[in-house]
Design a protein around this ligand. Structure first.
Ligand SMILES: [Zn+2]
Length: 373
């Protein structure tokens, strides 16, 4: 997804990007408004004016979706979560919030504010359309915005994960049962039901002769089903790894290198003999991590005169994980920093390196043995 996203700027310190699919939607919305909605709502409108109104309305739709996502992000931030970025894509937007809510109340507020914002925009736009007059150009644009934001608000309130309404449902079940896992399962199952509903409705429209509408509705169902299933997979991983500690998975290897050591000795005495792709750099405590790709960046003839400290990663602060930490926590740390491995420490001593591969293998083995749900 990242590769197809264009960054367009920052609002309140939150990065805003547009997914490539949005350009397609923008074109489709503009075109359908310019040839369908505006000419029929404003008889006698010439083609250029209809096209301009189409672009204006599509842009305002874009702004509406952005405001909806900003509402999520700003409430998340006010509740102590880390709101990083917003990506606008096919059917709306995604707010990337660092980590999950720790309390049902936070999840509830962050989720519910989005659809409420859309409904408020709908009400304002409806007021504007009345004020401008339903036969004026701005009045017709405002009426379109009112309708689309009403639909956006109601659609997102459907109680299936990953829609906002699904998160609201999850927060409520979580609050009632005290179990986030149980709550996620319920919200995901309802999300799958909602997606089947859209698929069935879409096919029914197609059979009824409304080909384009039907395909649209079925596509929404298809998308929702994929997103709900992905959420369920996340729950399954969480379940498989529940109770598993770093010490259960990491292979003991107390090897480390001093920052003043030469890269040549690192290669000859540590990396080659032990088939090690990464080595923690220790100077009393872990001060960095040096990997094969760091080494590759140094030409062979300069490796004897270059120190590990000059090439190691993590100089701005290296993240380590304790032997007793949960594997889920480690997975979150690896994901947050986009690292390939974490030095594992026990009482300030390096006892090994935990890699993404270790975690993937742990999930696979536990899956094959039928462990952990
Ligand atoms: Zn939302």
């Amino acid at each position: 997804m990242v590769g197809q996203t264009v960054r367009i700027g920052r609002i309140f310190g939150i990065e805003v990007g547009i997914h490539a699919s949005w350009l397609l939607i923008f074109g489709l919305v503009t075109w359908s408004l310019a040839v369908g909605y505006f000419p029929s709502a404003l008889p006698g409108l010439d083609r250029t004016a209809a096209f301009v109104l189409g672009v204006v309305a599509a842009t305002l739709l874009f702004v509406s979706v952005l405001v909806h996502e900003l509402a999520h992000s700003l409430v998340a931030r006010a509740r102590g979560l880390d709101a990083r970025s917003i990506t606008l894509f096919l059917f709306g937007g995604v707010s990337n919030l660092g980590g999950e809510s720790k309390q049902p109340a936070t999840e509830f507020l962050v989720a519910v504010v989005g659809p409420l914002t859309s409904l408020v925009i709908a009400a304002l736009a409806f007021g504007a359309s009345v004020a401008f007059g339903p036969d004026s150009q701005p009045g017709v644009v405002a009426a379109y915005l009112a309708t689309i934001n009403l639909l956006l608000g109601l659609f997102n309130l459907l109680p299936g994960f990953p829609l906002d309404g699904g998160r609201v449902l999850r927060a409520l079940v979580w609050n009632a049962t005290g179990s986030l896992r149980r709550a996620t399962e319920v919200a995901v199952r309802v999300g799958q039901l909602v997606s089947y509903g859209f698929l069935a409705w879409g096919f029914w429209r197609v059979l009824d002769g409304e080909l384009l509408n039907g395909i649209w509705i079925a596509a929404i169902g298809w998308f929702l089903h994929g997103a709900a299933s992905a959420s369920l997979q996340q729950v399954v991983i969480d379940q498989r790894l529940r109770g598993v500690r770093v010490r259960d998975v990491v292979r003991p290897d107390p090897t480390f290198v001093l920052p003043g050591e030469s890269v040549a000795r690192l290669v000859d005495e540590i990396m080659l003999p032990g088939y090690r792709r990464a080595v923690p750099v220790v100077d009393g405590r872990v001060v960095g991590i040096v990997t094969l790709s760091d080494v590759r960046a140094v030409p062979p003839e300069r490796r004897a005169s270059t120190t590990v400290a000059e090439i190691m990663g993590g100089r701005s602060g290296v993240r380590t994980i304790g032997l007793e930490a949960s594997l889920l926590e480690a997975l979150e740390d690896l994901g947050a920093g986009d690292f390939e491995q974490l030095p594992v420490v026990d009482g300030g001593r390096v006892v090994g390196l935990l890699t993404r591969g270790d975690i993937v293998r742990a999930i696979q083995i536990r899956e094959e043995l039928g462990l952990g749900g």
